[in-house]
Design a protein around this ligand. Structure first.
Ligand SMILES: Nc1ncnc2c1ncn2[C@@H]1O[C@H](COP(=O)(O)OP(=O)(O)OP(=O)(O)O)[C@@H](O)[C@H]1O
Ligand SMILES: [Mg+2]
Length: 469
């Protein structure tokens, strides 16, 4: 039969051998009496090597470093310390003093918990967090890019289809020509095409062929070697084709390209090589060509003003941007877009009266989006009221000044109703005044719209019992 003491001893050893924490028991001089069996993995020393040693010796040897037991002996209360052990582990040690009945400290028990795993998890977590932050900022960047592209305000189905086509085509390397009236947004879409392509990291080199004197074309496009002509720079110069290397070359108003240049450009496109003026070496070039024109290139080809072979090269993918009057759905979106831009720019807070929007929708915009943009900038600055009424819009007056269409004139109704001229005039006057009264906020604006003085407007409103403002 085991006696009581033996059983307690067995229990104690059982605890020491099975605990996940490391346990060390010392006497009141700091000498190790017992230790759990996991000492080797934590301290690199078997428990038998520790038993019999004092914590002070072990502290010096940097095995218990710093010793929690030494701290408990000094402070006579529970202490917690972080230790770094010879096996490279980070542990949290808690030392607890044990007192006898008389209050004398007789034992110190310390529990050490391995934090290495937690430490590693913490480091992993921090690393992950850093990575997350990096990804988040990358996603944000991408999102920004995407919204910048989508910032081309388009609402109409036709423009959405064109936008999708541009993005689809962007991924290929095919030559694209943008066609359409002046101001429809050819440049805007050429840029969007570059931004959506694999070449977006490269240069987007733009040359307006209509803005270059014929004599300078060649050197501008193909570049030149030093001293190749009088007035040439001593160092020579790269042409825009070379500058577009790895990127996109955008030739705007391509119909203005002189025929002599057309031949040379065609050669570059066929051979993918460029030779500078005065040079003998042809240099390989890699660029994507986008062109744009508001001219009828096909007609120019027929009239032999544009080379047919070059036309076919450029015309691989033609994209025609319709005029604004053919995509009325975009007008409101674009108007609001520019209103918010110019409100911001000029620190204003203007808005459109519904009748102004109506006038925009009915107008035919010969200058397309450019005209709309310019007009809105102008009226944001010049409109005297926070709400922009049609009276602030220059073209409205022009439209009004047009001859009335006799066909539309409701003479017949007046006739059928057997009205006198005077009655008919009064009816017209009254309904026109009522219309103006609904459209405008003040009698001054009504006067402006009707071409009357403000006092006359007030008098007539009274005459016809239209509630005056
Ligand atoms: N969808 C659009 N969204 C926002 N702005 C646009 C849009 N389309 C055109 N614009 C603006 O309208 C103006 C004219 O556009 P752009 O210069 O691209 O026209 P274009 O077709 O190249 O004209 P041109 O034939 O006269 O060169 C620019 O200020 C441009 O920012
Ligand atoms: Mg343009």
């Amino acid at each position: 039969m085991n006696n009581e003491l033996e059983l307690i001893n067995i229990e104690l050893e059982g605890i020491l051998n099975t605990s996940n924490d490391n346990i060390v028991v010392t006497d009141s001089d700091g000498m190790v009496l017992r230790a759990s069996s996991n000492c080797t993995s934590i301290y690199g020393k078997a428990r038998d090597e520790l038993i019999g040693q004092t914590v002070y010796q072990l502290e010096q040897e940097k095995i218990f470093y710093p010793s929690v037991t030494a701290a408990v002996l000094k402070e006579k209360k529970e202490v917690q310390v972080m230790q770094k052990t010879p096996t490279g582990k980070v542990i949290m040690a808690t030392g607890i003093p044990i007192f006898d009945r008389t209050g004398k400290m007789v034992r110190i028990i310390s529990f050490s918990h391995d934090l290495t795993e937690i430490q590693r998890l913490k480091e992993d977590y921090e690393q992950l967090q850093k990575k997350m932050m990096k990804y988040e900022s990358e996603i944000e960047e991408l999102r920004e890019k995407e919204t910048t592209a989508y910032q081309i305000p388009i609402k109409s189905k036709i423009m959405q289809e064109i936008y999708e086509l541009v993005n689809r085509v962007a991924r290929s390397d095919a030559n694209v020509v943008f066609l359409g009236e002046s101001g429809v947004g050819k440049n805007v879409f050429a840029r969007a095409l570059h931004d959506g392509s694999d070449r977006h990291g490269g240069n987007f080199i733009e040359l307006n062929c209509g803005a270059i004197p014929e004599a300078l074309f060649e050197s501008e496009i193909f570049g030149y070697e030093p001293g190749s002509f009088t007035g040439a720079s001593k160092k020579g110069k790269a042409g825009i084709i070379e500058l577009a290397e790895g990127g996109t070359l955008f030739l705007d108003e391509v119909a203005e390209l002189p025929v002599s240049i057309q031949v040379k450009l065609l050669k570059v496109l066929q051979e993918k090589k460029v030779t500078r003026i005065g040079g003998s070496k042809a240099k390989k070039v890699d660029f994507r060509l986008i062109t744009a024109t508001n001219q009828d290139l096909e007609a120019m080809v027929r009239e032999k003003r544009f080379r047919k072979d070059l036309y076919y090269r450029l015309n691989v993918i033609p994209i025609t941007i319709p005029p604004l009057r053919d995509r009325v759905d975009d007008i409101y979106t674009l108007a609001q877009h520019y209103l918010s831009i110019f409100n911001k720019k000029y620190k204003m807070n203007k808005s459109f009266h519904p009748s102004t929007i109506q006038a925009f929708l009915e107008y035919d915009w010969p200058g397309n989006v450019r005209e709309l943009e310019n007009l809105i900038e102008r009226i944001v600055i010049t409109s005297p009221t926070a709400v922009i009424y049609p009276s602030s819009i220059p073209f409205i007056k022009k439209v009004m000044a047009k001859e009335p269409n006799i066909e539309e004139w409701p003479l017949k109704t007046f006739e059928q109703r057997r009205m006198t001229l005077h009655q008919a005039l009064e009816e017209v006057e009254k309904s026109w005044l009522t219309y103006a009264y609904r459209q405008y906020k003040t009698t001054y604006e009504m006067a402006d719209y009707l071409g009357l003085s403000q006092s006359t407007v007030v008098r007539r409103l009274k005459k016809y019992s239209i509630n005056s403002k």
